[in-house]
Structure formats: structure tokens, C-alpha cells
Design a protein around this ligand. Structure first.
Ligand SMILES: NC(=O)c1ccc[n+]([C@@H]2O[C@H](COP(=O)([O-])OP(=O)(O)OC[C@H]3O[C@@H](n4cnc5c(N)ncnc54)[C@H](OP(=O)(O)O)[C@@H]3O)[C@@H](O)[C@H]2O)c1
Length: 329
């Protein structure tokens, strides 16, 4: 069946925020393809989620060279779906990819050299069948490659037309400042930083959020639901088919039990707010205007629907915030 997106997809179904000081606006919720879009997954399920997202104004899909498993298969699957459904809408989409983690054997298959980053980007474009990506990220800092070399590769990616904007991910605050200075000098300002940020993972509050604001860089928070812990998924144990139950899932079984006492208390607050816990976890991140977008994962359209409805209640009372802080202590 050929896909015709909903005509009302931009009719107040989602909010858009300016990404740092750039001209680009991103949806408050973006969809990531780290899990559930690989060769081990059901392609039609991923396709349904991408269609549902786009129908609801979600214009940003996030990938990386290594997403799968196997590595590369999420980009391949995205390419198939893009070719079938989204080709006519390319100019309405912000598609990102990254390079930094292990992708192929030998000395040029990971980290931050110019050799690796630009080769990887070419491979990603081939897998996805795209002429360019909107955002190309250095996925992680490389302790051995000079920062200048990594940033020059990002600049080159943009200048050569393979990417429209440059981003960095998992860079600590001080290194972000340095990377931003180099990129500004090169004439390709850093658009966006992608850090892990959720109620359970708050390192960005110790400096990175301020640096991003000072430098005019947007923040897109990944794993905002702590890979599913900050939802009702594990309230009664580890269900079959959940990320923690899958051998290839990055959430490990032994990470679930220690979190559950807090999850249950947070869930009570969410219920009082008339929200699901997932919705509250997303709203909690969006209360900070320095956060441009919250980058969720989903394994079904039902989850996506639940998550997108977080916009129905984005504000918190002082009492709610205090209660949440007490639980998170
Ligand atoms: N830059 C980086 O280094 C980096 C690292 C990791 C991720 N990311 C990006 O961030 C994206 C999101 O990461 P993530 O998948 O870990 O995000 P997440 O939103 O924290 O977790 C997503 C998982 O939570 C569960 N879930 C989602 N909504 C739910 C709901 N309403 N009710 C119950 N369970 C729900 C699902 O797990 P089940 O599968 O169990 O249903 C889903 O797969 C990735 O796709 C990727 O684009 C970037």
C-alpha cells in the first residue's frame, strides 16, 4: 500500500523548538532507531512507527552507522522504508547519523579520525539511499585523535554536501566548549549535542547544559526513558519481548530490579498528574528550555502514541518537582 501522510500532520500535533542559535527547529519529541529497526526486528513494525510518527508531526529520525543488530542494518532498513514511503517528503525530514563506535575491522573502523568519519558517512549514505543527511555527529570523543582533526572532518562533511549540520554526542562539558570553538572557527558551528539525559542520568546538569546554552548549541536528550525503566514496562517483572528480555538489548536484566522501587514511586506521581510514567519522564526533560528535543525509542505504535501524548501535560508544580527530587536522591 502506498503511503500518503496525514494532511493535518502540522496542525498543532507537536511543538517545535529552535535548536540552539540555529535556524533549524526540531520536534519536541524525535524518534531514534537504535533498537527495534535492525535486521533482527520486524521491518513492517518499524515502518508503521515511522509512518505514525510522521503523521503526527515528528520530523526527526535519528540513526547511527552501528545501529542494528547487525550493525548497519537499521540504516539499511530505514533506507528501504524511506525509498517506499518518504522519498517525496525528503525536504520535510531531519535525518541524522553518527560515526564513532566500532563499525568495521582494522585501524580505521571506529573513533574519530578523518579517515573513519568520512568513510563511514559515505557508507551510511549508501545504506540509506540518501544524497545527504541533515545532521552528522561525532558519536563519541576520541582520546587519541586531535580534536581539530575530528572537527575538521565534520566541517568537511558539511562543506562537501554530505551533511547539512554538524553535531557531537557524549562529549563532556569542557570538550564541548573546545569543539564548539574549533567548529566556529571553521565556519560550521556545532548545531547540536546528543547526551544521555533522563531522571536517572543527570550528568548534563553539571555543566554541559550551561555550555550548550552559552555556545548556542541545542540539546537532544537520548534514552529519556532510561531504555524503558522509566515507564510501566517493568512494574511487574521483565516481560517477554521487552528490551531487558532480549539477548541483544542494551538494557540488562540485572539493571531492572535495583531501579524498581523508585520507578514505582515515580509512577504514583505520574498517576496523580493523570499521565503515564513515560509521559511524565518526557515532560520532566522538556521543562528545561535548553533541551531542544527528547529522543525516544519505541517498540510499537502504541508506545509511540503514549509518548507523543506527553504534550498534554508539560508543566510541573513546585510540589511535584520536590517530590520527584526526593525520590531520585
Ligand atoms: N548518542 C548515543 O550514544 C546514543 C545512545 C543510545 C541511544 N541514542 C539515541 O536515542 C534513541 C532512544 O534511545 P532509547 O531507545 O534507549 O530510548 P528510551 O526512550 O529511553 O527507551 C526506549 C524503550 O523504552 C520502552 N518504551 C518506550 N516507550 C514506552 C512506553 N510508552 N511504555 C512502555 N515502554 C516504553 C521500549 O522498550 P521495549 O523494547 O522493552 O518495548 C523502548 O524501546 C536511540 O534510538 C538513539 O537514536 C543515542
Amino acid at each position: 500500500m502506498s503511503y500518503l501522510p496525514e494532511n493535518d500532520r502540522y496542525d498543532n500535533k507537536t511543538n517545535y523548538r529552535r535548536c540552539g542559535n540555529s535556524g533549524l527547529r526540531l520536534p519536541e519529541i524525535s524518534l531514534g532507531l537504535w533498537h527495534n529497526f535492525g535486521g533482527v526486528d520486524v521491518l513492517e513494525n518499524g515502518r508503521d512507527m515511522l509512518r505514525y510518527a510522521f503523521d503526527n508531526g515528528i520530523t526527526h529520525f535519528d540513526l547511527a552507522n552501528n545501529y542494528g543488530p547487525p550493525p548497519g542494518s537499521a540504516e539499511e532498513n530505514f533506507g528501504v522504508i524511506f525509498g517506499k514511503d518518504f522519498l517525496p517528503y525528503r525536504d520535510e525530514l531531519i535525518i541524522s547519523t553518527k560515526a564513532g563506535y566500532l563499525m568495521w575491522p582494522g585501524p580505521y573502523g571506529e573513533w574519530g579520525s578523518r579517515k573513519y568519519l568520512l568513510s563511514s558517512l559515505d557508507q551510511s549514505l549508501n545504506r540509506m539511499g540518501l544524497k545527504y543527511v541533515d545532521i552528522f555527529y561525532s558519536h563519541r570523543p576520541d582520546p587519541e585523535t586531535p580534536l581539530e582533526e575530528t572537527m575538521m572532518a565534520l566541517d568537511q562533511a558539511v562543506r562537501s554536501g554530505r551533511a547539512l549540520y554538524a553535531g557531537i554526542s557524549n562529549y563532556p562539558a569542557e570538550l564541548t566548549k573546545k569543539a564548539s570553538a574549533i567548529l566556529k572557527q571553521l565556519g560550521t558551528p556545532c548545531l547540536i549535542h546528543q547526551p544521555k539525559y533522563s531522571m536517572f542520568e543527570r550528568w548534563v546538569e553539571d555543566g554541559l547544559l550551561n555550555v550548550a546554552e552559552d555556545e548556542g548549541i541545542g540539546i537532544i536528550a537520548f534514552s529519556p526513558l532510561a531504555q524503558g525503566l522509566l515507564t510501566n514496562r517493568y512494574l511487574d517483572g521483565i516481560p517477554d519481548g521487552s528490551r531487558a528480555a532480549k539477548s541483544w538489548g542494551f538494557l540488562k536484566k540485572d539493571q531492572v530490579a535495583p531501579a524498581i522501587a523508585k520507578v514505582k514511586q515515580l509512577n504514583e506521581i505520574a498517576i496523580e498528574r493523570g499521565q503515564s510514567l513515560a509521559q511524565m519522564a518526557i515532560a520532566w526533560l522538556l521543562k528545561d528550555k535548553r533541551v531542544t528535543s527528547v529522543l525516544i525509542g519505541s517498540s510499537s505504535v502504541a508506545q509511540l502514541k503514549d509518548n507523543l501524548a506527553s504534550r498534554n501535560n508539560l508543566s510541573f508544580s513546585e510540589t511535584e518537582l520536590k517530590k520527584i527530587e526526593e525520590i531520585l536522591k
